[in-house]
Design a protein around this ligand. Structure first.
Ligand SMILES: Cc1ncc(COP(=O)(O)O)c(C=O)c1O
Length: 475
């Protein structure tokens, strides 16, 4: 067989990649191309004839690049999006080169051992119970699906019901106590699991979006049913953290399972300075977390942990005569995640941790929080800006005051102007009934200059929007 010219296509990709990364700090953060332009440049009839791989790479890069959002730039503050550290990105390339199917040990021993080692490192770093099991999933959504799948199976098993055999029809009804400010992926997970959002008993949140202990106590006292309590470490808008330890204690007394949605906030447990915010988090039963957010591992990379490894394996495991299952203590990853075949996504997580070390991860998390605080202070000092949340982590919510009193409209207009400007990127939300701009500092490379430049751009855009509103723009 003729050997493919790997060097040609990979060199084309490499040249494009380093060029892109070199320009990233100065590139406009938004995409430049319109939908029509992207369809025109990337579309066309079904290709009939082969094209050399290096040409495919070059034309793809040229056509796609104007439609790429610089979301791994230090001035991207939208949603909760991390970038990619150099070690994690390079390990992600190797993951593709090695192309391991990380389902079974026999399919990729190195991938299996790297996951085993990485899982143990993370359990130690986050202060979770020693021996907790871990699954490497696509993101927070699937981590919540997995954690809740284990939870519902286990709380029903304790009543004598066998979900594996009998499903949920006719089962004792499971109640899911969750805050009214929970993330939408909890509801979506419950839909996927056939439990429906009707299983949720929503607990009122305080002004920061946290469940309160008395409200959870009241919910737990309302009848005696198999119960899962979903707590949140890091509200997607405010960054607020539920009083996890106290809720765990209440739940334990009531025989309930506690699942922590800590997509980004659980990383605060890796910081000696911030860990007290999550006091008692180790007393929960399962935890969902993302590596593609605060650890800055390339997409897609989420993690689920469970304090009950036997329950975890029982909920996820699968057997087949053609599969070669582990006979000793080697790790078959399909015992811990819902996928069967999957990418060996442990490699980039391993590399990220190896490169940063626990000290570097603490610095990353604490540094992002300090920069979020700087954002809040500078914007508040600029005038006409109200910071709506207690900035406890990396999230800031701001609202812009309008001369005509239409603060919601003014805030939304400023976001439009800012997104077009391209210096930085953030989007809006509704917080306690008010329109707000949300700023999430989650990128490893963001520095004070990025924050100051962004604050200046925001205030210029605010002035532009104000001038437009009073009809004085361009005078
Ligand atoms: C608290 C919380 N849970 C879950 C998710 C979903 O994570 P993912 O988008 O990685 O699936 C997010 C995303 O921002 C989140 O903030």
């Amino acid at each position: 067989m003729e050997r493919p010219d790997w060097k040609a296509s990979l060199s084309a990709a490499f040249e494009h990649a380093v060029g892109y990364l070199h320009d990233l700090p100065e590139r406009p953060v938004r995409a430049r191309a319109s939908l029509e332009e992207l369809r025109a440049d990337l579309g066309g009839p079904l290709p009939q004839r082969p094209l050399p791989p290096e040409q495919v790479v070059a034309t793809l890069a040229a056509a796609a690049e104007p439609g790429v959002v610089a979301s791994s730039s230090g001035r991207y503050f939208g949603f909760v999006v991390g970038g990619a550290t150099p070690a994690a990105l390079a390990a992600d390339w190797l993951t593709s080169v090695w192309d391991q199917n990380a389902g079974l040990y026999v399919l990729g021993p190195a991938a299996s051992v790297v996951e085993e080692v990485t899982a143990a490192w993370l359990v130690e770093l986050l202060g979770l119970p020693a021996g907790s099991s871990a699954g490497f999933v696509t993101g927070g959504q699937m981590a919540n699906v997995t954690g809740l799948a284990i939870a519902v199976r286990e709380v029903l098993r304790r009543t004598g019901w066998d979900v594996d055999a009998d499903g949920l029809w006719g089962a004792p009804q499971v109640r899911v106590i969750a805050g009214e400010e929970r993330h939408g992926t909890i509801d979506r997970a419950l839909r996927f699991l056939g439990m429906g959002t009707g299983s949720i008993l929503a607990v009122p949140a305080d002004g920061q979006g946290r469940m309160t202990v008395p409200a959870v106590a009241e919910a737990l006292a309302d009848g005696d049913r198999p119960t899962i309590v979903c707590v949140q470490a890091g509200n997607v808008n405010s960054g607020a953290v539920d009083p996890i330890g106290e809720i765990c204690d209440l739940a334990r007394r009531a025989g309930a399972w506690v699942h922590v949605d800590g997509a980004f906030g659980l990383w605060a447990a890796a910081s000696p300075r911030l860990r007290s915010l999550l006091a008692g988090v180790e007393r929960a039963d399962s935890w969902a977390m993302d590596a593609h957010k605060w650890l800055n591992v390339p997409y897609d990379s989420g993690l689920v942990f469970c304090a009950h490894p036997a329950a975890h394996r029982a909920a996820m495991g699968v057997r087949a005569s053609y599969l070669v299952h582990a006979e000793g203590d080697e790790r078959d990853a399909l015992e811990f995640n819902p996928e069967h075949s999957r990418r060996a996504r442990g490699f980039p997580v391993y590399a990220a941790i190896r490169a940063l070390g626990s000290a570097g991860i603490a610095d990353l998390v604490e540094g992002s929080c300090a920069l979020a605080r700087r954002f809040a202070d500078r914007l508040a000092a600029a005038g006409g800006v109200e910071v709506l949340n207690d900035v406890v982590l990396n999230q800031v919510l701001v609202r812009f005051r309008a001369a005509d009193g239409d603060h919601d409209g003014h805030t939304r207009r400023i976001l439009e102007v800012l997104q077009n400007d391209g210096t930085c990127w953030m989007s809006g939300t509704t917080w306690n009934g008010m329109a707000a701009a949300r700023i999430s500092v989650s990128n490893w490379s963001t520095d004070q200059e990025d924050v100051d430049r962004s604050v200046a751009a925001i205030m210029e855009c605010a002035a532009t929007a104000a001038a437009e509103a009073t009809g004085t723009a361009g005078r």
